[in-house]
Design a protein around this ligand. Structure first.
Ligand SMILES: *C1O[C@H](CO)[C@@H](O)[C@H](O)[C@H]1NC(C)=O
Ligand SMILES: *[C@@H]1O[C@H](CO)[C@@H](O)[C@H](O)[C@H]1NC(C)=O
Ligand SMILES: *[C@@H]1O[C@H](CO)[C@@H](O)[C@H](O)[C@H]1NC(C)=O
Ligand SMILES: *[C@@H]1O[C@H](CO)[C@@H](O)[C@H](O)[C@H]1NC(C)=O
Ligand SMILES: *[C@@H]1O[C@H](CO)[C@@H](O)[C@H](O)[C@H]1NC(C)=O
Length: 537
């Protein structure tokens, strides 16, 4: 009898193991402040991103993928499956280090769902959804391991993060290994994160599936004193970029693209690529100009990070799996950052929760069906705007920063002489060789997918009389016919404006107000050996 029972338990054990082994690994790579025009699969030869491009061409490029307009809200929506304004995580400025705020701890996060489903869960890189208290930290929110920066960004070599407080600049080390300051680390942070991600993959015990999130610092700006940072030889390799500032930015992006190739190669070397789903996205649009500008570009889209215009929210996105089939390598259905939680859980065969805003698109992407998403909202009560996408229309209301609302980036496109050969950059990439090895070789004679991913607009009319939402003026655009938001339509569709405003009013009632920005002196790094450590015990 006893022996029988042991056998029974053993059998059960084997069954559950094999079920878990069947689950796909998931590697989610998220760039920081990378603009629409900062990847070469969107059409520009200026900054070659062959590894990212080949993932898009051989996976599915998400042509109408939307994020929130700024980092803390985006990352909250990604982790919760809810609009940021439903959890009090919305708006500018994003979380500051002296602010006691984090994603409410009663909300189950994406890594917790995966952990419960038997996954081994790891975060490399940016967190920025709360670190004032221990219970807000990644290791307390579902990640088995964490190595990264807790705040918005940091210096690429020193790993310091600075804030302007009332009595001056405050600086502290921001790189942590699990819950301990990582003083021993040296190197360019994009390389450091790549090496760490590779070691997570190499050391992964394949008896359980892997959920790895790599949230790069790149290509966000550094601190005030050194906004743009890249190894000098990489900058030199970008000397065809006319703007000296964008030249450094281009090198930052090149390092990010190399990282993507290296991570995919590590998955391939480990023998688990064939059962891995890879996502690459940006958290919001590029910050071409203004505070913490990185000279990223959303051209030809209107607006930058921190605006609800397309340049702020319609961002780079793709999903790759060797087994994605019946697609045309391109999906132009609406997808919102909050949709990843249900979509990835669905891909992994894990039950999708109901009390979320996100929509599961896994079948739609895989079978190239219409999107189930029809509307999307964006709100920032501190800056003072709210916007709604409803079908093909977008309405922007309230105050958006005027200088952020232009078609930026037009003067950053300059190239000296000839840019590097696009085809050569593809064939020289790690990703090109990997596609060969998994039996999905890419044919460089056919670049029609690149054309499909490129938005072309005549923005001359928009640059002479741009619509600025503010002081009662609203801006209405047809973003399907006019993706560059050049033609303002509110006078032609007054009833539609009223209807969209009323939907927006209803949605705004669901907002959890965020507390006023406050920098508590108890958070000062000088009190914690010059680190940005937990300051409420
Ligand atoms: C693609 O099709 C094959 C064969 O029909 C199927 O086994 C596989 O699950 C499909 N892939 C996905 C991601 O659904
Ligand atoms: C393939 O896609 C078409 C629509 O593009 C859909 O009708 C069909 O059901 C899909 N097949 C599979 C196996 O997903
Ligand atoms: C480029 O355009 C930005 C506005 O996006 C402006 O601030 C900057 O001065 C321009 N630079 C040059 C060199 O014209
Ligand atoms: C609204 O009016 C104020 C005061 O006149 C002005 O400073 C601001 O730029 C205006 N905003 C917009 C979006 O026009
Ligand atoms: C304090 O900071 C220094 C670097 O400035 C570091 O070497 C040292 O290990 C830190 N001490 C502790 C206790 O963490």
């Amino acid at each position: 009898m006893a022996a029988h029972r042991v056998l029974y338990i053993l059998t059960l054990g084997v069954i559950s193991l094999s079920v878990e082994a069947d689950k796909p690994n998931i590697v989610f790579i998220i760039a920081d402040d990378m603009g629409w025009n900062d990847v070469s699969f969107h059409g520009s030869d200026q900054i070659p991103t062959p590894n990212i491009d080949l993932l898009a061409y051989s996976g599915v490029a998400l042509g109408r993928y939307y994020s929130h307009a700024i980092c803390t809200p985006s990352r909250s929506a990604l982790l919760t499956g809810k609009y940021a304004y439903k959890t009090g995580m919305q708006g500018f400025p994003p979380i500051t280090m002296g602010e006691d705020r984090g994603i409410p701890t009663d909300i189950k996060l994406l890594p917790e769902y995966f952990k419960d489903a038997g996954y081994s869960t790891h975060l490399v890189g940016k967190w920025h959804v709360g670190s004032s208290r221990e219970e807000y930290l990644p290791t307390k929110r579902g990640f088995d391991s964490y190595f990264g920066h807790r705040g918005g960004f940091m210096d690429y070599y020193e790993y310091t993060y600075e804030e302007e407080w009332t009595d001056g600049e405050v600086s502290g080390m921001s790189l942590f290994r699990n819950e301990t300051p990582a003083w021993d680390v040296e190197g360019y942070i994009t390389d450091v994160y790549t090496e760490h991600a590779k070691s997570v993959i190499e050391n992964h015990n394949t008896e359980s599936p892997l959920f790895l999130m790599v949230a790069h610092n790149a290509p966000h700006s550094g601190n005030d004193a050194a906004l743009l940072q890249a190894p000098p030889e990489e900058v030199r390799a970008m000397r065809h970029v006319e703007s000296p500032k964008r030249r450094i930015f281009a090198a930052m992006v090149k390092k990010l693209d190399d990282s993507v190739g290296d991570i995919v190669k590590a998955l391939s070397d480990k023998g688990i690529l064939e059962n891995t789903i890879i996502v690459f996205t940006s958290d919001n649009g590029g910050m071409t100009d203004g505070e913490y500008k990185n000279f990223g570009s959303n051209y030809p889209l209107k607006g930058v990070k921190s605006t609800p215009y397309e340049g702020g929210v319609r961002v780079v996105g793709l999903v790759w799996s060797k087994h994605l089939n019946n697609t045309s390598n391109y999906w132009d259905g609406y997808m919102h950052i909050s949709d990843w939680l249900p979509t990835l859980l669905s891909a992994a065969g894990v039950e999708v929760p109901e009390d979320i805003d996100g929509i599961d698109h896994w079948d739609s992407i895989n079978s190239n069906l219409l999107s189930q998403r029809f509307e999307m909202y964006e709100m920032d009560e501190t800056v003072g705007y709210a916007s709604i996408i409803y079908g093909e229309f977008k309405l922007v209301t309230g105050n958006v920063v005027n200088s952020y609302s232009l078609h930026h980036g037009t003067n950053l496109t300059g190239i000296i002489g000839k840019p590097p050969s696009y085809v050569k950059s593809l064939t020289n990439s790690a990703m090109y060789r990997i596609l060969d090895s998994v039996g999905k070789p890419f044919n460089t004679d056919d670049l029609s997918l690149r054309k499909k991913n490129t938005i072309e607009c005549d923005i001359s009319s928009a640059t002479t009389s741009p619509c600025h939402s503010g002081n009662g003026t609203v801006c209405l655009y047809n973003i399907i016919e006019d993706p560059c938001e050049t033609t303002e339509l509110s006078a032609s569709y007054p009833h539609l404006v009223t209807c969209m405003q009323s939907l927006l009013q209803t949605e705004m009632k669901k907002m959890i107000p965020r507390p006023p920005v406050f920098r508590n002196p108890l958070a000062a790094p000088s009190l914690f050996n010059y680190t940005w450590d937990v300051w409420i015990k």
